[in-house]
Design a protein around this ligand. Structure first.
Ligand code: PRT
Ligand code: ZN
Length: 283
């Protein structure tokens, strides 16, 4: 039985549960309890505060967990990062009042910095040979300069609107973060196999999301050119159409190249282009 710790409520909760669902894992009861079991996979789910997850995984209360990389690095526990999950994206940044002149990291020298990320902030200051006073607080970091508690802050940012409404400007980014799957370093052989199975499913879900299935018709004299820009998993599937001199082509296109590929296909006389989402993709 593999035990996974996920956030009980908050920014990572929904995506974590959704990911397990997309991996075909049905959870019997909601997050009202501390613990739930999967109906069709040997998995027990613990719902916890995100800050506690690295410690619990380190202590083997849970074998694996889903947590922000920011929390993983701040807690600095000796556990493995297994997979970057691509949700919960944010950055850990230093910010100062917008009217404060700022020309570089040396301007942080001697300031009082409020943060819930004392370890990562200190590490960043050390790396830059800055000595500043870190004031560790547990929440509402962004109001600290406004109420005279600190000169600057170090906090998570996503859209930047919280900084903006509090009269702050982002001056340095310490870390880019997203949700990650972590594991204890010393899993039983049985749990190693279960983790491999889960990672294979996660990878299939994530790869599918990054790719689209594409179908199109093209004149035969362009097939070679089209095949060159549509590699697919191996090479595209080509089927002759009833109309003389035309074929139907099917392939997989990566989201990042998508519009670029579509434009090239149009230039090569492709017609009737259909783009279909892929549910799972096993390489
Ligand atoms: O109760 P528990 O301790 O489990 O939850 P929590 O309140 O500590 O964490 P939660 O749910 O707020 O965040 C969980 C994780 O989501 C974080 O550890 C990050 O990995 C990730 N994440 C992604 C964020 C943000 N984006 C984010 N914007 N966590 C917090 N914020 C906050 C930030 O602290 C600031 O107050 O949102 C505000 C800034 O947002 P913008 O959009 O105004 O810039
Ligand atoms: Zn927390």
């Amino acid at each position: 039985m593999l035990k996974i710790a996920i956030q009980k409520s908050g920014r990572l909760y929904e995506e974590s549960v959704k990911l397990l669902k997309e991996c075909g894992i049905q959870i019997a009861n909601g997050n009202k309890q501390l613990k739930a079991s999967a109906e069709n996979f040997p998995l027990e789910i613990y719902f916890l505060r995100d800050d506690d997850i690295p410690q619990y995984v380190f202590d083997k209360v849970a074998d694996i967990g889903i947590v922000g990389e920011n929390v993983l690095l701040e807690k600095n526990k000796d556990i493995n990062l297994q997979y970057r999950l691509g949700f919960g994206k944010c950055r850990l940044s230093l910010a100062v009042p917008k009217e404060m002149p700022y020309s570089g990291v040396k301007d942080l020298q001697g300031l009082k910095i409020a943060t819930t990320y004392a370890h990562l902030t200190q590490q960043y200051l050390n790396k830059n040979n800055i000595s500043a006073e870190i004031h560790e607080i547990s929440g509402s970091v962004e109001i600290a300069p406004g109420i005279g508690l600190a000169d600057a802050i170090c906090d998570l940012v996503s859209s930047g609107s919280t900084l903006f409404t509090n009269g702050l400007k982002e001056v340095e980014t310490i870390l880019q973060s997203e949700a990650v799957l972590v594991s204890n370093k010393d899993l039983t052989d049985e749990n190693k196999i279960l983790l491999e199975k889960l990672l294979m499913r996660i990878n299939a879900v994530k790869t599918a999301k990054n790719n689209k299935y594409i179908l199109l018709n093209a004149p035969n004299h362009q097939l070679k050119n089209i095949a060159d820009i549509l590699p697919g998993s191996k090479s595209p599937t080509i089927v002759p159409l009833a109309t003389e001199g035309w074929s139907s082509i099917q392939s997989v296109v990566n989201e990042n190249d998508f519009w670029d590929v579509i434009e090239k296909l149009k230039a090569l006389d492709a017609q009737g282009i259909l783009v279909v989402p892929i549910e799972k993709m096993i390489m």
